[in-house]
Design a protein around this ligand. Structure first.
Ligand code: DHB
Ligand code: FE
Length: 285
């Protein structure tokens, strides 16, 4: 059977992708950001997942304001990097895992979550920047990736509680897939940031660090936090953090297993307009 071995959490700031693509990662502004992912790149190489379920949000790139699925699962064989206005990023095409994705759709929909099935989608910085941070600049990504998009752009967006429950349903789906795959689930976006309006530039280090603490130790309690608290404390785009609860909900301890091992924790400001947060949790054997 397939198994979820670990979860990874990271911000997806587009300027990080641009810094890498333009060869600026060792500049003084960016060096501390990339330093925070050095361990992570080694860890990922050592952990050798077969598939990453990458929970991310599309930023009105693949889905326009014409059509906005709350939860969407990418079932295609491949996903091209999107053109977000400056041409597509020079990163590898993402190879999907249609068999596991189709099984997940079947299982998760039967567990009463309405997923939109996506058979063609370009993927924007929400998905490619986390891959770049964790993998560097390889000529092919190291494993298959199932894009799992969550609407955090247009209200109403799903609650933290629903995202946490979705993660639990995803874990059951993966563990009922009849192939011995090592699967990771990544929650991306956040941490505190606001890109618009009077509070543009807002960062809240206290909130972010408390969020990391609770994500590790009290995810169930954290999942009860209402939208208004994210927006008030972490800024309008801080709502992206609900996606971290999908990944956390898929960890074994939530289903009665042992608590996860914290392999890595990193927090850094500034990076563009966003506080960069990053966590790696491994399921105990
Ligand atoms: C920035 C952060 C985001 O999450 C995003 O989607 C776009 C821009 C930023 O910090 O600039
Ligand atoms: Fe974003």
């Amino acid at each position: 059977m397939a198994k979820i071995t670990a979860s990874v959490y990271t911000s997806h700031v587009p300027a990080i992708g641009a810094a890498l693509d333009l060869g600026k990662s060792s500049e003084p502004y960016w060096q501390p950001v990339f330093k925070g992912y050095e361990y992570s790149k080694q860890w990922l190489q050592g952990s050798k997942p077969d598939v990453i379920i990458l929970v991310f949000n599309d930023h009105a790139t693949a889905f326009s304001m014409d059509m906005i699925p709350t939860f969407a699962i990418g079932c295609a064989a491949s996903f091209a990097p999107a053109d977000e206005g400056w041409g597509p990023r020079p990163v590898p095409v993402v190879q999907g895992h249609p068999e596991l994705a189709a099984h997940m759709a079947q299982s998760v929909i039967q567990q009463d979550f309405d997923l939109t099935i996506v058979n063609k989608m370009d993927v924007d910085h929400g998905l490619t920047v986390p891959l770049s941070l964790m993998c560097g600049q390889p000529s092919v990504w190291p494993c298959a990736v199932i894009p799992f998009a969550v609407n955090v752009v247009q209200y109403p967006v799903p609650s933290g509680r629903r995202c946490f429950m979705l993660g639990q349903a995803i874990r059951r789906a993966v563990e009922s897939f009849d192939q011995p795959l090592k699967v990771q689930i990544w929650g991306t976006g956040g941490m505190s940031h606001q890109l618009q309006g009077a509070r543009a530039g807002l960062i809240n280090k206290e909130f972010d660090n408390a969020f990391l603490n609770r994500l590790i130790a009290d995810p169930e309690g954290l999942s009860d936090m209402p939208h208004i608290d994210y927006v008030r404390e972490a800024g309008s785009e801080g709502i992206e953090l609900v996606m971290w609860l999908v990944a956390r909900g898929a960890m074994s301890d939530v289903a009665g297993g042992k608590g996860p091992v914290v392999k890595h924790r990193f927090y850094h400001v500034p990076a563009s307009n966003t506080a960069v947060g990053h966590l790696i949790l491994e399921n105990s054997a």
